[in-house]
Design a protein around this ligand. Structure first.
Ligand SMILES: [Zn+2]
Ligand SMILES: [Zn+2]
Length: 345
C-alpha cells in the first residue's frame, strides 16, 4: 500500500510500505476513505516531536471502512463505516475509567506518533471497540474527519474546561482550525460575546462568518488593550488560548476578568511567564489538557441533527495520493487561505 512516511526533520514521502496486519485480537484494520493534516503533523515534520521515529506513517484523523477485525473486536464487522478517534484507548485502565482517554496506559495519542497513522491507504487501530465510532448512514462523510481531533479538542479543552456559560464574554485567542472549532462549539452555551483574536485578517473574516461577535487583529501588539476596550475594561469570563506561544498566553492573562478562566489548548514548546504578581488576587483558574475524545458521541449527535456543521472548516480537497501537495498548501495556510485540507481516497 501507499502511505505518507516521515523520514526525519523536514523530510517526508508518499511511498510504498507493507499493508498493516492484525497484531492483537482487539485490533482492526481500516481502509482510509478520508483523512486530513493537523498542525501537529507540521510540528513533527519540523522535528519538534522527537519521539516520532523516521519511518513512521503520519496522521491521526480519518474515516474509513473496516477491512479486518481481530477475534476480540465485538462492536465492529468488516464493511462497517467508522470514524477514527485521534486518541486510542483501552477503556479499562485507571485513566480510561476516569474518562481521561488521552492518558490511557496503553494508548492516548499514539497514531501517527508512536505507531503508524492514518495518512495511508490502510491503518491498524488498536482497541478498536473503544477507539472507533460507527458512522451513522446518510451523512456528509467529508465533515466527519473534523470529529477525529479538532472538534473534540476545541470543545473539551477550550469550551468545557473553560466552563463557558450563557451570557458570558468569551475570547478565543487564535483562529486556526482548533480555535474555530472552539468558536463553533462555544455557541452550544449561548455566550453573549465571542471575541476572536488572530494575526490573519482572512481567518478573522472566517471567524465572523462562524459566529464571532467581534474580532481583533493582534498584529500591532495591542490585542489585550483592544479586548479590554470591547469589555469596558472588565475583561473576559473565559479566555481560550489556541496558539501555544508566550505572546498569546500573555494576552489571555491580560484579558481575563476577576473570577475568570484561562483554558489553554495551545501546544507550548517554550515556557511562559505567569504573572502571579497581578493575578494572585484575581480568583482565576487556569486549565490545561489533551483531548480525551469522550465528547465524540455527543458531537456526532450534534452533527447528525444539523446543530453543528463541521464541513465549514474544510477549505481544500485533494486525492490521498496528492498528500505532499496538500502539505505544501496547509504548510502555507495564510497565503492559501487554508483551514483544513481534506484528502480523499
Ligand atoms: Zn491533531
Ligand atoms: Zn486505558
Amino acid at each position: 500500500m501507499k502511505a505518507l512516511v516521515y523520514r526525519g526533520p523536514g523530510q517526508k514521502a508518499w511511498t510504498e510500505v507493507p499493508k498493516p496486519t492484525i497484531q492483537k485480537p482487539t485490533d482492526a484494520i481500516v481502509r482510509i476513505q478520508r483523512t486530513t493534516i493537523c498542525g501537529t503533523d507540521l510540528h513533527i515534520l519540523k522535528g519538534d516531536v522527537p519521539e516520532v521515529e523516521p519511518g513512521r506513517i503520519l496522521g491521526h484523523e480519518g474515516v474509513g471502512v473496516i477491512e479486518a477485525v481481530g477475534s476480540g473486536v465485538e462492536r465492529f464487522r468488516v464493511g462497517d463505516r467508522v470514524l477514527i478517534s485521534c486518541i486510542t484507548s483501552c477503556g479499562t485502565c485507571e485513566a480510561c475509567k476516569k474518562g481521561m482517554y488521552s492518558h490511557c496506559s496503553d494508548g492516548g495519542w499514539i497514531l501517527g506518533h508512536l505507531i503508524d497513522g492514518t495518512q495511508a491507504e490502510y491503518v491498524r487501530i488498536p482497541y478498536a471497540d473503544n477507539s472507533l465510532y460507527p458512522l451513522p448512514p446518510g451523512v456528509d462523510e467529508a465533515a466527519w474527519v473534523m470529529l477525529s481531533d479538532i472538534l473534540p479538542t476545541g470543545f473539551e479543552v477550550g469550551v468545557l474546561n473553560g466552563k463557558v456559560q450563557p451570557g458570558q464574554t468569551v475570547a478565543i485567542v487564535g483562529a486556526g482550525p482548533v480555535g474555530l472549532a472552539a468558536l463553533l462549539t462555544a455557541q452550544f452555551y449561548s455566550p453573549a460575546e465571542l471575541i476572536v483574536v488572530d494575526l490573519d485578517d482572512n481567518r478573522l473574516e472566517v471567524a465572523k462568518a462562524f459566529g464571532a461577535t467581534a474580532v481583533v487583529n493582534s498584529a500591532d501588539g495591542k490585542a489585550a488593550e483592544k479586548v479590554l476596550a470591547l469589555t469596558h475594561q472588565r475583561g473576559v469570563d473565559v479566555a481560550i488560548e489556541a496558539v501555544g506561544i508566550p505572546q498569546t498566553f500573555a494576552i489571555c492573562q491580560d484579558i481575563v476578568a476577576a473570577g475568570g478562566r484561562i483554558a489553554n489548548i495551545g501546544v507550548h514548546g517554550k515556557s511562559v511567564e505567569l504573572h502571579l504578581e497581578r493575578l494572585w488576587t484575581h480568583n482565576i483558574t487556569i486549565t490545561t489538557g489533551l483531548v480525551d475524545t469522550n465528547s465524540t458521541p455527543l458531537l456526532i449527535k450534534t452533527v447528525k441533527s444539523g446543530r453543528l456543521d463541521p464541513h465549514k472548516l474544510i477549505t481544500h480537497t485533494f486525492r490521498l495520493d496528492e498528500v505532499e501537495r496538500a502539505y505544501d498548501v496547509f504548510g502555507h495556510a495564510g497565503e492559501n487561505k487554508a483551514l483544513k485540507v481534506l484528502l480523499e481516497s
